[in-house]
Ligand binder design. Sequence first.
Ligand code: HEM
Ligand code: HEM
Length: 222
Amino acid sequence: MIATGPTTKDIQPTPQIKKNSAGIRLWHWLNAIVISGSLLTVLLHSTLMNTRQNAAVIKDQLKEAGATVTDDQARHAAHELSDSVWAAHTWIGYGLVALVVFRLLLEFFQVADQKFLRSLKRLYQQYKDTKENREQARHDFWVKTLYAMFYLMIITQAITGLCLAFEDDVPALKAIHAFREIHSFNMYLILGFICLHLGGVYWAERKNKPGIVSDMINGGQE
Ligand code: HEM
Ligand code: HEM
């Protein structure tokens, strides 16, 4: 008898599209590390590297050792210490700027289904059109919108950060004080996003999307 069905040679496994591409996963975890590093420098600056407290410590310690320094000299030494924290913050910031550029470029190289704006539009359509599971469709759309807002925050932080980093070289930048205020205020928005995000991911993992975190590690399936 002649076999007519497909042979194993004919059946080629269709390549599975991962839920999260390798690029987005790499970006996600590097971004989480770099942002945490950046926040840590801000925390260090306002705690252990506090200029006023350190100036008093330096002055007392030198006094005990038999050397006398003026308040100004002690403050100057303490200021140098806190400046080194800002230097670290700025270098980490350049890393973050590189990651922002990487994320924007990645959008052009993702396969169609993995493109951010495309899936935001798709979720909006689902939310508008679907009658069943409307709650879930609405939730998914708002989660994606929150990510879009985060991308705007991080782009703003990169631009204002670069303006602060180069204000000594470009006098026109020095005159615009708003950069510093936007940069500081935006930090609270980013902190808000991180809290919501971590809470949301934990909740999704426990409730309706088990495996969501491992999908961000190994890619998962669409
Ligand atoms: C500074 C910390 C973090 C930031 C700024 C951050 C940011 C983001 C962003 C922007 C996305 C959306 C990616 C996209 O679709 O374009 C995302 C997705 C995700 N993140 Fe994070 N993340 C952070 C930490 C974490 C941590 C610690 C975990 C796990 C414990 C985590 C788990 C996830 C998961 C599971 C997704 C996919 C969620 C989904 O499919 O809707 N993230 N994150
Ligand atoms: C999550 C990201 C970031 C956070 C939370 C953050 C937070 C902050 C905060 C709170 C300040 C103090 C502002 C003030 O004096 O009131 C600051 C200063 C600064 N940031 Fe950032 N920043 C981030 C990213 C960046 C990036 C991407 C750059 C770009 C290189 C950057 C460069 C700077 C510079 C140059 C200063 C001024 C330091 C000084 O006064 O000498 N930051 N940042």
